[in-house]
Design a protein around this ligand. Structure first.
Ligand SMILES: *Cc1c(COP(=O)(O)O)cnc(C)c1O
Length: 344
């Protein structure tokens, strides 16, 4: 195991599922788009089904088709992109349910024979979905009505209450249809936001909302990479491209086998840190495609020791902050040449 690795703790994933189910008192319908935020949808969905989840959301048709092949007929899978042009036959063949976003999607789905689907109402985000005043009357096959919060990670934003009230009003039109509203942030906004089922992503995977997970949420993913070489750098010499770090005192530097091609973003600021040999230590200079340098002065480390880029000892939201981004982007950026391994 001498490569960069994303280790997924499936027991922690199940614990986060149970935490959100208890917190909201509702079925958890996980969002597993982008290959379960980079963690691997097949393994994660299998474990979430053991935890009791029955309904899942992906973004793309291709993700839905791949997930259906990986996990079989049992789960309900909604495709958030909806019935895009030319997609109806493939949706039906794979037993996927489109979330209908606009009138053309609805006619496409119905002309292809219709069947179970969701309906997305836009309550203010202006991304996907019908405006409330344009929303269609209830129709055959409608199995879910949903909307999405724009500011759920800002609990004090008045936008949350406005969207909630708008959704509560429109969903009365679809009285018997199950309603889904809360993403991860929404799960923490209180019972008014829960409706019939919740639709979290990032909190299942151990991240935010609010850039700081609730203490009940456990880290799930550990991104680690091996030390390839340890070297002494004398005062006045420099490390990496463009002399990104100049030693003002003698340094012990570990070259680690993870770079931007593995998903360690080059924009990681000079504040970037990794966890190594029991300590948080700074990344030095520029991140290159396949490697980065860490200051391990005074630590007892050798080739082959592993460095944690994020995980239980280096919270992903902290790593994201140092990169000027959010946990979502760090997770979905972990490269395809990084091994995914699963425990639990
Ligand atoms: C991504 C997404 C979610 C999940 O959001 P999190 O913030 O990761 O919990 C829920 N609903 C929709 C429509 C989404 O696009």
């Amino acid at each position: 195991m001498t490569r960069a690795r994303l280790s997924v703790d499936l027991d922690a994933l199940a614990a986060n599922h149970d935490c959100l189910a208890r917190l909201t008192g509702r079925p958890v319908q996980p969002v597993v788009k982008a290959d379960a935020y980079g963690l691997g949808a097949g393994a994660c969905v299998t474990r979430l089904m053991r935890a009791g989840a029955r309904t899942f959301f992906v973004a793309r048709l291709s993700e839905g088709v791949a997930l259906r092949e990986a996990v079989g007929e049992a789960p309900v899978i909604y495709v958030l992109d909806g019935c895009t042009s030319g997609a109806a036959a493939a949706l039906r063949d794979a037993g996927l349910r489109p979330v209908i976003n606009h009138a053309d999607q609805l006619s496409r789905w119905q002309e292809a024979g219709g069947g179970a689907c969701g309906l997305h109402i836009d309550t203010g985000m202006n991304r996907l979905g019908f405006r409330p005043e344009d929303a269609p009357a209830p129709f055959a096959g409608l199995a879910l009505v949903m909307s999405h919060l724009a500011c759920a990670d800002e609990p004090d934003s008045p936008m949350n209450r406005q969207q909630r009230d708008s959704f509560a009003a429109i969903r009365r039109r679809y009285a018997d249809i199950p309603a889904s509203f809360a993403n991860s942030g929404g799960c923490f906004l209180g019972p008014d936001y829960a409706f019939d089922a919740v639709r979290p992503g990032i909190s299942l995977w151990g991240g935010g909302p609010e850039g700081r997970p609730d203490p009940r949420i456990r880290p799930v993913a550990t991104f680690s990479a091996p030390i390839l070489q340890v070297r002494q750098v004398p005062t006045g010499e420099s490390v990496g491209y463009a002399r990104g770090k100049v030693a003002v005192q003698p340094l012990t530097v570990a070259t680690v086998g993870a770079g931007y091609a593995d998903g360690v973003m080059r924009a990681t600021s000079p504040r970037g840190q990794v966890f190594v040999a029991g300590h948080l230590r700074p990344i030095l200079g520029r991140i290159s495609m396949d490697a980065l340098a860490v200051d391990v002065t005074g630590l007892d480390v050798v080739e082959g020791d592993r460095v944690e880029l994020f995980g239980p000892n280096r919270p992903i939201d902290d790593a994201a902050r140092d990169t000027g981004t959010i946990a979502y982007e760090l997770l979905t950026s972990v490269g395809s040449r990084v091994d995914r391994t699963y425990s639990g």
